[in-house]
Design a protein around this ligand. Structure first.
Ligand code: NGQ
Ligand code: ZN
Length: 453
């Protein structure tokens, strides 16, 4: 049975359109998108409709420590000391606990405007570092949580083999992450049948970073996985750049581009520290830069060179990464504000086709996020999955906005509170700002935080 919806305004690939009829078939796919229509018996949506935003980078378990690592001390603090605390959390979590954290997290994501998440999944083993009797046990905690929350998922099992450049042995804090290539390929094989031809879930893969895998390991894995998204953390911290230069004489992004065929299937997470030729060549290769502005700010990473990268046609998307914020509005706003603070100018991210900065941000992140997900999403058009975010049409700021000010009102003057309803694959998961599991989640999370903290 197909369903019909009617929106006074909807953001289509060509820009804002009015009086839009949307038809969704039983598989959750858009089968008709017609502007300038009449509603007939279609269900009227509560306000302006957007394609749901893909969240291209998540470590679900890290949500459990969001806000707990914000204490100064007499010692300087950094990404690396934060990582020690994060390893402290990783030490004790069980698959059940990860399932509870991820379920609550994914529901918060839906309320924050994300309809899809790419989970960069590297917490594989038990607390002693041994594989679970089912090596995919932790992965099932993630897929189950996504299923229960209703968010769509691209699971990216991560190959993590070493602690530093040149194949250094992993350290104690990393024992739950570690595979050799054959074990890793077995994990992918175990997951593939469950995540192939699934309506809302797909399988990709990731390399943790150039610190954690060697070229030979990457080549072996890539040879057996010719398709699907592939993500990697790269050049997030200056220290990684310095270590890369010592190891190979090349900066991390340069080394990656020179040694591996990086193309549209790739998503480079952070890519914070780039020189001019890296900006140029990353933009040209068609990969997505996976930017996580609130986490990058939280961890003191530095600023991605977004203006120069975008001017050269570079593709980007957004992720909530460590989950200090679960909010499309905050993530996109900070992406623009970082550039303003760095350049001492206003309205940095736009182009000749899209002048409203909010529209440029939203549409760019949609396109890049969809590409990095490997799923048919990111646009209200026939054949794409029906992933919708419905804003509050009775909100005075939104109700009185025009096509060229609507997203500006929301992203620069509003908040995620203006999100009313969210649909994933034709199914309502948030209705009137509520999810069916809200109460259960609150209780489960309170219990869990009491247990682990
Ligand atoms: C991670 N997270 O793997 O969770 C990383 C930190 C690392 C972020 N970069 C650890 N946000 O890169 O070694
Ligand atoms: Zn990450």
């Amino acid at each position: 049975m197909s369903q019909r919806y009617f929106a006074d305004q909807a953001l289509l690939p060509t820009g804002w359109a009015s009086q839009v009829l949307l038809e969704v078939d039983a598989t959750g796919t858009l089968t008709d998108v017609s502007p300038n229509s009449t509603p007939g018996n279609a269900q009227r949506l509560a306000g302006p409709v957007l394609p749901g935003m893909p969240n291209l980078h998540s470590h679900a378990f890290q949500r459990a420590m969001a806000g707990l690592a914000e204490m100064g001390s007499s010692q300087p603090d950094s990404f690396w000391s934060w990582r020690e605390r994060m390893y402290g959390l990783v030490d004790r979590l069980t698959p059940d606990q990860v399932g509870v954290i991820a379920q609550a997290l994914y529901i918060e994501m839906l309320k924050g405007g994300y309809t899809q998440v790419s989970e960069f999944h590297y917490l594989h083993h038990d607390t002693s570092g041994q594989a679970y009797s089912d090596p995919a046990e932790m992965a099932w905690a993630i897929t189950g949580a996504a299923e229960r929350s209703g968010i769509a998922l691209t699971l990216l099992p991560v190959l993590y083999a070493h602690s530093g450049f040149g194949g250094q042995p992993p350290n104690h804090g990393q024992r739950r992450f570690i595979h050799d290539v054959p074990e890793f390929l077995k994990l992918l094989e175990r997951l593939a049948p469950h995540l192939t031809d699934h309506p809302t879930q797909a399988l990709g893969m990731a390399f943790h970073s150039l610190r954690a895998v060697t070229l030979k390991e990457m080549q072996e894995v890539l040879a057996t996985n010719p398709i699907g998204p592939r993500h990697i953390h790269v050049a997030e911290q200056q220290r990684e750049v310095d270590e890369s230069l010592v190891y190979s004489g090349k900066r991390p992004v340069r080394w990656l581009l020179d040694n591996v065929a990086v193309d549209e299937r790739w998503c480079l997470i952070h890519a914070t520290h780039l020189d001019d030729t890296e900006v140029r060549d990353l933009a040209a290769c068609g990969a997505v830069a996976g930017l996580c502005p609130t986490t990058e700010a939280n961890l003191g990473d530095g600023l991605f060179r977004a203006v120069e990268y975008a001017a050269q046609g570079g593709r980007l998307g957004i992720g909530s990464d460590s989950h200090v914020s679960l909010d499309v509005v905050e993530e996109l706003r900070l992406l623009e504000y970082g550039q303003r603070l760095a350049t001492q100018q206003r309205n940095c991210l736009h182009d000749s086709a899209i002048r409203p900065v909010a529209d440029w941000l939203y549409r760019s992140a949609l396109a890049g996020g969809a590409q990095a997900s490997g799923q048919p999403i990111g646009a209200l058009e026939v054949g794409k999955r029906a992933d919708l975010v419905v804003l509050d049409g009775s909100d005075p700021y939104l109700a009185t906005s025009k096509d060229d000010t609507r997203l500006g009102r929301w992203l620069f003057g509003g908040s995620k509170q203006q999100i009313c309803d969210v649909m994933v694959a034709g199914r309502w998961v948030i209705q009137q700002r509520r999810h069916a599991l809200d109460d259960a989640n609150r209780a489960a999370l309170t219990r869990l935080f009491t247990e682990i903290n």
